[in-house]
Design a protein around this ligand. Structure first.
Ligand SMILES: [Zn+2]
Length: 372
């Protein structure tokens, strides 16, 4: 599925309209959906098609006002990003470091980085899940202390995993790493948010350093906050976190997704200087998967495939209609308070908003392919 989220309309320095919930599916406009297997060929095809459409976009004229559009392709997850950057998912998209190089910080620092690849953003929803899985995989291996698991160490890992899963279920009611029939595991964004919400309990259950879990949580909180991040402070904080990780768990190669945030996060954030990285998340597109399944099952005619698809598309359009969405009640989702540590990574920037004119938008966020 391909979607687009309008983010803001600006005139020079002035912000005329700002989407105050860019991660909500209320603003997530459908571009297309297609029933195909998601692989390298189909992802590249869709990317090229979308890029062509972006190149062909004409200005919108409203009376005497001319509106030009600039689109960012950031609503994608790690798998699609790896394909677009032409790397395997185990390697870093940006510096191409391999797993065995990840924990060698001086080697990593000397690598050439391809800053052009920063334009695909940070996939800030999936990074919650990847960072949670990183902590879990370290926890499962705490007795064996090796990255690769083979032979009899496998049983030790499995029993440790079982204990940790049971502890999460009993103490926090969380199902962790359980394979779901048909699609992926129970590790979703909500699970990861609860995992990081209380670092001391998570550290008690997993046996992993509370300090490291807390630092991961603060980085995630800052990235997802939707505020502008202080790039220098973020860089220093992320570097210190990497050092801590390597000091504690040098035997577990840092996953490429975690490496990308800690090592290149600051550069990626800096490359989108106009917009906070938290507003460029793939979260809205992910939420659309659920909507899609619901509309198909409960809100569509089943007399023909054409009728079913038409009803799904109409539902996607109505539920993201910008005019209707501006009239919706806002249920206190604004200004969720940030922790002190996360606040220290944020820059306060005064921006002027004009709430009365919310009908046009300029900078939009494009998703090319949704990967569940
Ligand atoms: Zn890298």
């Amino acid at each position: 599925m391909g979607s687009l989220v309008p983010i803001r309309l600006v005139c020079g320095e002035q912000v005329i309209w700002q989407n105050d919930s860019p991660n909500s599916s209320y603003w997530c406009r459908p571009i297309f959906f297609e029933f195909v297997k998601e692989n390298k060929i189909t992802i590249l095809q869709e990317k090229n098609a979308i890029e062509q459409e972006i190149a062909d976009l004409m200005d919108t004229e409203v009376g005497e006002i001319n509106i030009s559009h600039s689109l960012l392709m950031t609503m994608i997850d790690g798998k699609a990003t790896s394909i677009l950057c032409d790397t395997s998912s185990q390697r870093c998209d940006i510096c191409k470091a391999t797993p065995s190089e990840m924990n060698n910080l001086s080697l990593i620092a000397s690598k050439q980085t391809d800053l052009d690849l920063c334009r695909y953003g940070l996939s800030s929803l999936h990074i919650w899940i990847r960072m949670m899985e990183c902590i879990l995989h370290i926890a499962y291996r705490l007795t064996i202390k090796t990255w690769a698991v083979k032979g009899d160490t496998k049983c030790i890992l499995e029993s440790k995993k079982k204990n940790i899963q049971d502890a999460f279920k009993n103490r926090m009611g969380l199902l962790i790493d359980v394979v779901k029939q048909g699609h992926g595991t129970t590790n979703d964004g909500n699970t990861a948010r609860r995992f990081f919400a209380n670092p001391s309990i998570t550290a008690e259950i997993t046996g992993v350093s509370e300090n490291l879990i807390r630092r991961f949580a603060i980085i995630l909180e800052a990235i997802s906050s939707g505020y502008h991040i202080d790039v220098v402070k973020f860089h220093d904080y992320a570097q210190a976190t990497m050092q801590l990780y390597v000091d504690l768990y040098s035997w577990y190669y840092m996953p490429s997704s975690v490496h990308k945030v800690l090592m290149h996060g600051a550069a990626i954030i800096e490359s989108f200087s106009l917009l906070p990285i938290g507003q460029l998340s793939e979260e809205a597109a992910e939420a659309r998967n659920k909507d899609f399944r619901r509309y198909r099952q409960h809100h569509s005619r089943k007399c023909s495939r054409k009728a079913t698809n038409e009803d799904i598309l109409n539902n996607l359009l109505i539920s993201s209609d910008p005019l209707i969405s501006t009239k919706r009640h806002k249920f206190g989702r604004k200004h969720k308070s940030l922790s002190k540590e996360a606040q220290s990574l944020i820059i306060e920037r005064a921006e002027t908003f004009d709430d009365d004119d919310q009908e046009n938008f300029e900078i939009a966020n494009v998703d090319i392919l949704d990967t569940d």
